[in-house]
Write a protein that binds this ligand. Sequence first.
Ligand SMILES: Nc1ncnc2c1ncn2[C@@H]1O[C@H](COP(=O)(O)OP(=O)(O)O)[C@@H](O)[C@H]1O
Ligand SMILES: [Mg+2]
Length: 229
Amino acid sequence: MNPVIEARNLRFSYDSGFQALRGVDFRLDPGQSMALLGPNGSGKTTFLLHLNGVLQGEGELRVCGLPVEPRHFVAIRRKVGLLFQDPEDQLFLPSILEDVCFGPLQCGLPPSEAEARARKVLHQVGVLDGWDRPPYHLSGGEKQRVALAGILAVEPEILILDEPTTHLDPPARRLLLELLQSLPQAKLVVTHDTAFARALCAHAAFFEGGRVQAQGSTEEIVARFHWEI
Ligand SMILES: Nc1ncnc2c1ncn2[C@@H]1O[C@H](COP(=O)(O)OP(=O)(O)O)[C@@H](O)[C@H]1O
Ligand SMILES: [Mg+2]
């Protein structure tokens, strides 16, 4: 089975000279849900930003079999749906519906099809009405679900989420968990929420010092690194 993400000896330094990735080896298989655990500042977000070419390091990185290089960015960005930690970074159009239509329109879908897709995914994430409202009036959990709808509207093969439960209250967190469990895509989820990681992800990787120290079952990784409150 070909991996959907494969990194070998991936290295990256910020302009400041700080080396945030120090030889990342990582693999994600189709349909797998993987939690990315590890301390603050260990390079998790930096790694995620490589997966759709926002940052480019040295070494080998393939997503859905394609090397992550400028000539494949358009194709890769359709395959990888990246949900940022703060949904405010992702919502920028005057209405919910326009926001969710943006991705499919960018992909070249005619407006009527883009809107049909947007309606479908908004139902899927549980935002059932009020689609002409501006996204900035929504609650944190609703904003996140609209941002997720915008990603799902492009029908990605991989979903990548950076600390998705940080701003959620327990009911919103439960809703997000159930939603993600119902989605067939391969998932990579950075989280400090061990219970969330356990419930969603059979597998985990532990990031430390700009490297993946180990990959295994979530139970194994949590126990080995004493990664629990
Ligand atoms: N834009 C930047 N410029 C310089 N250093 C950065 C930048 N962004 C992150 N870093 C540094 O890179 C390291 C890894 O950061 P990050 O990938 O955000 O870690 P994590 O997501 O695991 O908390 C940290 O030491 C952080 O301070
Ligand atoms: Mg981070």
